[in-house]
Design a protein around this ligand. Structure first.
Ligand SMILES: Nc1ncnc2c1ncn2[C@@H]1O[C@H](COP(=O)(O)OP(=O)(O)OP(=O)(O)O)[C@@H](O)[C@H]1O
Ligand SMILES: [Mg+2]
Length: 342
């Protein structure tokens, strides 16, 4: 559906070349929610601007279905633009216009008959749950409601693709969740392909089917959410995943580790599917002079597959703990929990 083939974008800055996007290969299926995650400056927004035709690549090809974006004629470009909707971090609404007018805007400028506009706007406002706000102004809305207006406006032209650049980054966690659920509904009900740019692994975990991790313009790792969470390869990917796993641990437990202080051996153990951790720990207790104290445990689901983490404290002599850890690490993934992690 959207295919990046060795795509690059080079900017000139003070006579120096900056490769904002550097040899990117990504293939996104129709109806897929594909995430691109990376730290600031990784090249995510540049990648999106290449898809929504605001920028031309310096090298490589971008295909949307059978169309090569760089080979489109002017009318072809106009047609393509209608197939692509976009939502933004700061919503980009017209403050002096009502919700209704904001949502109608793309249809007004494309010369759609008034009657049709009215019917379509009512339909999408109903879809995002804002029918009762049609005559209010953006400043009278919450952030989440504003983003719903942004989504309605993006959907009003019935696009095939929705691009989201940090669409939830200005929202609190609860509102973020509801917007992400709405994006899922957009995909499920309209079979849209969604390209979601973010620096929040939580957002990726919540809705994406697959994700690419970007750094310095390059894709350093990509795969299904399950693959990345269960077996991350690159240190940056590991960092992103570690941060969400850590945020799942209740603060009271983290501060408890801190309070009781140094010399404690606390580890986070993540496991998938049948590699349940419990049998491993009973083996540890049997075969090593080590006691296992479970501080926290949870099992979540990633793409329908059980995915768990346990925070355990190992009690015993250092030498025995090292041996026990070596044994545990053969089956499941283990990270040390720093006392100051909270
Ligand atoms: N128009 C431009 N001219 C020159 N350099 C640019 C331009 N746009 C982006 N860059 C540079 O390209 C790199 C990637 O920028 P980009 O905005 O794509 O990053 P990003 O991953 O979206 O970051 P953020 O998370 O902060 O939004 C940065 O180093 C940026 O300074
Ligand atoms: Mg950006």
């Amino acid at each position: 559906m959207i295919q990046f083939e060795n795509v690059s974008k080079v900017y000139e800055h003070n006579g120096k070349e900056l490769r904002a996007v550097d040899g990117v290969d990504i293939s996104i299926e129709k109806g897929e929610i594909f995430g691109v995650i990376g730290f600031s400056g990784a090249g995510k927004s540049t990648l999106v601007r290449l898809v929504n035709l605001l920028e031309q690549p310096s090298g490589g090809n971008i295909l949307v279905e059978e169309d090569d974006l760089s080979r489109l004629s002017k009318p072809g470009l106009r047609k393509m633009r209608k197939r692509i909707g976009m939502i933004f971090q700061h919503f980009n609404l017209l403050e002096s216009k009502t919700v209704l007018h904001n949502v109608a805007f793309p249809l007004i400028i494309s010369g759609t008959p008034k009657k049709k506009i009215k019917a379509r706007v009512e339909e999408v406002l109903d879809f995002v749950g804002l029918s009762d706000k049609a005559h209010q102004y953006p400043e009278e809305l919450s952030g989440g409601q504003k983003q719903r207006v942004g989504i309605a406006r993006a959907l009003v032209t019935s696009p095939d693709i929705l691009l989201c650049d940090e669409a939830t980054s200005a929202l609190d966690p609860e509102t973020t969740k509801s917007i992400l659920q709405l994006l899922k509904r957009v995909r499920d009900e309209y079979n849209l392909t969604i390209l979601m740019i973010t620096h929040e692994m939580n957002a990726v975990r919540e809705v994406c089917d697959r994700v690419a991790v970007m750094e310095n313009g390059q894709v350093i790792e990509q795969g299904s959410i399950f693959e990345l969470f269960s077996n991350p390869q690159h240190p940056t990917t590991k960092n992103f995943i570690q941060s969400v796993m850590e945020s799942d641990i209740p603060p009271s437990i983290l501060s408890g580790i801190e309070e009781r202080g140094g010399g404690r051996h606390v580890y986070r153990v993540t496991f998938v599917r049948e590699k349940a951790a419990q049998p491993i720990f009973s083996q540890v207790a049997k075969n090593y002079q080590v006691e296992v104290n479970v501080l926290f445990g949870q099992i979540t689901e990633l793409q329908g597959i059980p995915f768990g983490q346990l925070v355990v404290e190992l009690l015993g002599e250092d030498r025995e703990i090292v041996r026990a850890l070596d044994y545990i690490q053969r089956t499941v993934s283990v990270q040390e929990v720093e006392a100051d992690a909270g």
